[in-house]
Write a protein that binds this ligand. Structure first.
Ligand code: GNR
Ligand code: NI
Length: 174
């Protein structure tokens, strides 16, 4: 297992539409393990493959608290097949948009079809925080980020700050 580097805005890779996985093989299972390790290390409660620069439709999640046993989810080729009419507003953050948060309105619950790490087709309802995270991660697979839901003014301000930080980080190395 190994830690992967998490890419951040404005890396253009984050806008890429990820490709479906064709088979669940050893290489994919290693990617999933590396993603889980990277997510726990960050720490975060979700991670999409594109955030570690792999344009494949896979995501991992775990919303268990530090003191609770781990409860990892690995979803391959996830697809939202049903959304609730009820909506919910919640503060979101993103490991690829460090230190910025915004309220986002999304369906309160969703039903997602996916392939699990044993290669079996699954369909599952997600509510509350897991619903929030699974929608956030599936957005990443389509090149979308939570800042796409906020005003252009707020989005531009966040992107400008992150660009400035990226320049600063680069010049420290150079
Ligand atoms: O760690 C994360 N927390 C979070 C909080 C509210 C809504 C979504 C998330 S996902 C985020 C990790 C991440 O960036 N996943 O893509
Ligand atoms: Ni994110």
């Amino acid at each position: 297992m190994s830690l992967k580097e998490i890419i951040t805005v404005p890396d253009p890779l984050l806008r890429k539409i990820s490709e479906p996985v064709e088979r669940v093989d050893k290489e994919l299972l290693t990617l999933l393990d590396d993603m889980l390790e990277t997510m726990y290390d960050a720490p975060g409660i979700g991670l999409a493959a594109i955030q570690v620069a792999v344009p494949r439709r896979v995501l991992v999640m775990d919303i268990a608290r530090k003191e609770e046993p781990k409860k990892p989810f690995c979803l391959i080729n996830p697809k939202i097949v049903r959304v609730s009419q009820e909506m919910s507003i919640h503060d979101e953050g993103c490991l690829s948009i460090p230190e910025h948060y915004a309220e986002v309105e999304r369906p309160a619950s969703v039903t997602v079809s996916y392939i699990d790490r044993d290669g079996n087709e699954q369909e599952r309802d997600f509510n509350e925080l897991l619903s929030r995270v699974v929608q956030h991660e599936i957005d990443h697979l389509d090149g979308k980020q939570f800042i796409d839901y906020i005003s252009k003014l707020k989005r531009d301000r966040i992107v400008r700050k992150l660009k400035k930080e990226a320049r600063r980080a680069n010049s420290v190395i150079l």
